[in-house]
Design a protein around this ligand. Structure first.
Ligand code: GLN
Length: 203
């Protein structure tokens, strides 16, 4: 069965995720209302600006329904700002910034610093078997990294070289996936395929 996967469509690179999900075999739909959220088998939280998305979630009365859905086990994938929104704990957030939670990690916002605000690198990602031969080309834009992971969280990728070598940039806990980088803008569909597979297996 083709899963229906929502993309939270309040701010950020929504269209890129919709396109990638469709290409990866899902039926992709934009989610702006609680009723739309209730109709999806999984949800993508896009990159963008986490403080803005946090505020819009409350204005659109989606914050509590989405938090409840994640708490009840709705599969989710967050890229960049989406990773921040899924994190249980955040450092470097604004004073009133809240997260939805669901992922037992601490993220550091804008972690890579000014000199390397945006950069690209190749990664081996656990769960993407052929990334050993053909690495995932990862695009980072004012990205967070994962500072701490809880016992149930699997580290899927770390930066391999340079100043930030060893930093955790992809994780999975149960059916929740998060990356510091943006596969939706690189044209590499493998992370979206992995998420579609997670949602399909759960259904
Ligand atoms: N720096 C942004 C934030 O804090 C995330 C950037 C991104 O999603 N590309 O939300």
């Amino acid at each position: 069965m083709t899963p229906t996967i929502g993309v939270l469509a309040l701010q950020g690179d929504v269209r890129e995720h919709l396109t990638a999900l469709d290409a990866a075999g899902a039926t992709a739909v934009a989610v702006r209302r609680p009723a739309e959220l209730a109709a999806v088998d999984g949800i993508v939280l896009p990159g963008g600006e986490s403080t803005t998305i946090d505020k819009l979630l409350r204005i659109f009365e989606l914050f509590e329904p989405l938090r409840a859905a994640l708490g009840a086990g709705l599969p989710a994938y967050g890229s960049c700002a989406g990773m921040i929104l899924l994190a249980d704990r955040i450092t470097g957030g604004t004073s009133d910034q809240q997260t939805l939670g669901g992922l037992d990690i601490t993220v550091r916002r804008n972690a890579f610093g000014r000199q390397v605000d945006s950069f690209e690198t190749d990664l081996v990602v656990e769960g993407i078997a052929d990334s050993h031969e053909t690495p995932v080309h990862a695009v980072f834009i004012r990205a967070p990294w994962v500072e701490e992971v809880g016992p149930g969280v699997r580290v899927l990728a770390r930066v391999e070289s340079g100043q930030a070598a060893g930093r955790i940039v992809a994780v999975r806990e149960r059916d929740v996936l998060a990356t510091s980088f943006h596969p939706e803008i690189s044209g590499d569909l493998r992370l979206h395929r992995l998420f579609v597979q997670i949602v399909t297996e759960r259904g």
